[in-house]
Ligand binder design. Sequence first.
Ligand code: HEM
Length: 136
Amino acid sequence: MTNNSQPESAPVDHSEEEAAIAKCVRAFYEKARADDLLGPVFNGWIKDWAQHLKIMDDFWSGALLGTQRYTAAPFPPHLKLDMTQAHFDRWQALWVPAAEATLPESIRGKAVSIAEHMAHCWGRAYTTMKSQMAQA
Ligand code: HEM
């Protein structure tokens, strides 16, 4: 017998994970902004840090929890920057410890594997596209 007094699916409470993601994003940027390779790129481009951090919270919330607040295409804005594979390797080297230090076990492994995958795939796609743009 079904119990019709129960809602079909109660909304999932992700507030703890969302708070941890916000902490992770800020831990990452504290290191990244002081980094010799990434710092000049981030500090040179990003004018509104509150807005950027909110975008990154939403991006990672989507990647890790399946929320849909971030709906843009994240790759194209990077094409106007001047980066190499070394930037993506450093990005990964800073993101992974930030994720390991701040995220709960439920999303930690996923955050690390997504970051490793993205740093590798974006790095390859990025360097290929930049060299094609330079030749065009
Ligand atoms: C594969 C790893 C990376 C991921 C997942 C990532 C993710 C993102 C996302 C989601 C945005 C927001 C785009 C939007 O406005 O919709 C962004 C913007 C940005 N990212 Fe990355 N990023 C990565 C690597 C890097 C690296 C290596 C750098 C070099 C420092 C970098 C520098 C920037 C900058 C400067 C912006 C702001 C661009 C703008 O709004 O004008 N990102 N990133």
